[in-house]
Design a protein around this ligand. Structure first.
Ligand code: SAH
Length: 369
């Protein structure tokens, strides 16, 4: 049986250096190849003109540069763009680009489905399928950049920010996410600053500590959604394993270790009658005073059979002003892209329809290719 080729798209700078060393080559080849793949968007070794023909041939025997296929590319009325991308083994994931002023934020997925089962999240309701590889995570960025025309990560219409807020819990897929994040921030690859790459987690405490230990230096967002353990146990079940006090302590450790003054982003999805009352706001103020952070309120995005509602605009504003009164820097996330099912918690659309929908995309695709 032919051995599977290594997909170089997902190798972190160090792993790519190791790869060349194992081939008996100099480690600096990694820098050249990183630039070809991530800055020039090369898809074949033939393009790599500063590498000898002999080495290029050897490379194409053992390695490849393989990008997943785009099954669907749709732009919402507000400019939000959504892609459905076909991964190996027939699974599909979704990716969203949100333009806002000078910023173009790409929201990438880290898993197919999710194992955490948060009660208000459509992705969670589908269950867990599998982890994405580092190549599959970083390829999302390549696909987005390529879709603006000639490949140019530093060009005007480039992706300026990346958030790991798509499908999946990034910290349950630690190694692949870690490598992908390194590539996003690597000067010889995408060169995004550490303030522009944000990992969002429901709170896998030991992995937050591991990020700190390894000096990942990525920005961190925490999906809190409740100001006390009783309520958070219901909304974000992983809270039963890592309760709020432990989570907050790990966030504090993480930011204490950073060399700059970045603060945590706390995400709080506002759900009518569930976590949006004045008492919740007051508890939240007390809690958030303990950590350097800013608060991002996300009005709940409804999906069929969720059993939850979005609070009224008035209730959202009342919650916000309660937080501001408590001196917590607070913003409300505007809902974007909901006409193409691209809003937070809506990825891969209707819950029950998930399997059939991805099957439908594939079917459609096969008909046109
Ligand atoms: N698992 C990670 C990454 C997902 S990020 C995490 O939990 O942080 C997606 C963000 O959108 C999370 O804050 C999530 O809680 C929130 N979200 C999920 N479903 C939502 C919904 N229906 N409406 C609004 N926000 C939602």
């Amino acid at each position: 049986m032919a051995e599977q080729k290594v997909n170089l798209i997902g190798l972190s700078p160090t792993k790519l250096e190791d790869f060349f060393e194992e081939m008996g080559e100099k480690r600096f080849r990694a820098t050249q190849v990183l630039k070809w793949i991530h800055q020039q968007g090369a898809s074949s070794f033939d393009e790599m003109t500063n590498i000898s023909k002999v080495l290029r041939e050897r490379l194409s025997e053992v390695a490849e540069i393989r990008e997943p296929e785009v099954l669907l590319d749709k732009t919402s009325k507000d400019g939000t763009r959504k892609w459905v991308i076909q991964m190996d083994g027939g699974s599909a994931i979704e990716m969203v680009l949100i333009p806002e002023g000078d910023r173009r934020t790409l929201c990438v997925s880290s898993q197919v489905g999710c194992s955490l089962d948060c009660s208000f999240c459509s992705t969670g309701k589908q269950g867990f399928n599998r982890n994405l590889s580092a190549a599959e995570i970083i390829a999302q960025l390549r696909v987005a950049i390529r879709s603006f025309g000639p490949f140019d990560p530093s060009g005007e219409r480039r992706v300026s920010n990346v958030v790991l807020m798509g499908m999946g819990e990034p910290l349950m897929n630690f190694d692949a996410v870690f490598d992908a994040v390194q590539l996003m921030m690597e000067d010889n690859a995408y060169g995004l600053s550490k303030r522009r790459v944000t990992l969002s987690t429901a709170g896998v405490v030991p992995k937050i500590d591991k990020l700190a230990e390894l000096g990942a230096d990525v920005s961190l967002a925490i999906s809190l959604h409740a100001p006390n353990n009783e309520l958070r146990d219901q909304l974000v079940p992983i809270n039963k394993r890592y309760p709020i006090e432990e989570l907050m302590a790990s966030v504090k450790r993480y930011f204490d270790k950073l060399s700059d003054r970045r603060v945590a982003t706390i995400e709080y999805t506002l759900i009518a009658g569930v976590n949006d009352q004045r008492e919740h706001a007051r508890q939240l103020v007390k809690l958030l005073r303990q950590v350097p952070c800013k608060l991002n309120l996300i009005p709940f995005n409804p999906f069929p059979n969720s059993g939850y509602d979005r609070p009224s605009e008035q209730a959202i504003q009342a919650f916000k002003s309660e937080m501001l009164k408590g001196n917590i820097l607070t913003t409300v996330r505007r809902t974007r892209g909901d006409d193409v099912d691209a809003a937070c918690g809506q990825l891969v659309g209707q819950v029950e329809d998930k399997t059939r929908r991805s099957a439908k995309y594939i079917e459609l695709h096969n008909q046109t290719s």
